[in-house]
Design a protein. Structure first.
Length: 160
């Protein structure tokens, strides 16, 4: 099994669960491009379709794949969901997002299509995550979060 890429900056290392639709090759490529951005931010990534394929999807039962995803979400430090124009019709992504929220993970949603604030699901997203409307905005939000986390870790380290 190939492990996700591990990177670190000093004592700061964050693990990101990257979720989104994988129904088309374009959707998978988009997730892989975002994965490259995460790695450039020195983040450890869990990309379900990549990591499950590396575990040989044909030798895994649905129960094993489910447990693997649950464990990865529980162990992640941050959760990033890519929502397409159908937005909330992605049952796996929505379930993963809700599970990450229940475990108090910082959540970032990339939604590049129209965003109707009056839709019930979008209200749920706006109150449970940082919604980004393009990749640049997502990168900025990740940078801010990482800088804040590094400052917190640095100040707690200096108190020891």
């Amino acid at each position: 099994m190939t492990k996700p890429v591990n990177r670190s900056v000093g004592y700061l290392r964050k693990n990101v669960y990257l979720s989104g639709s994988i129904l088309t090759s374009g959707e998978r490529r988009k997730l892989e491009r975002l994965n490259t951005i995460m790695e450039a931010h020195f983040l450890t990534t869990h990309l379900p379709h990549r990591d499950i394929e590396n575990q040989s999807i044909h030798s895994k039962s649905g129960d094993e794949m489910f447990k693997s995803a649950v464990k990865a979400i529980e162990e992640c430090d941050m959760f990033v969901a890519v929502l397409n124009n159908n937005g909330l019709n992605l049952s796996n992504t929505c379930w993963e997002l809700g599970y990450a929220y229940a475990h108090k993970k910082p959540i970032f949603c990339l939604h590049e299509g129209e965003f109707n604030i009056n839709q019930w699901g979008h209200l749920m997203l706006m109150n449970s995550s940082v919604v980004c409307h393009n990749v640049e905005e997502l990168k900025e939000q990740l940078d801010l979060t990482l800088q804040n986390d590094k400052s917190k870790e640095s100040s707690s380290y200096n108190k020891k």
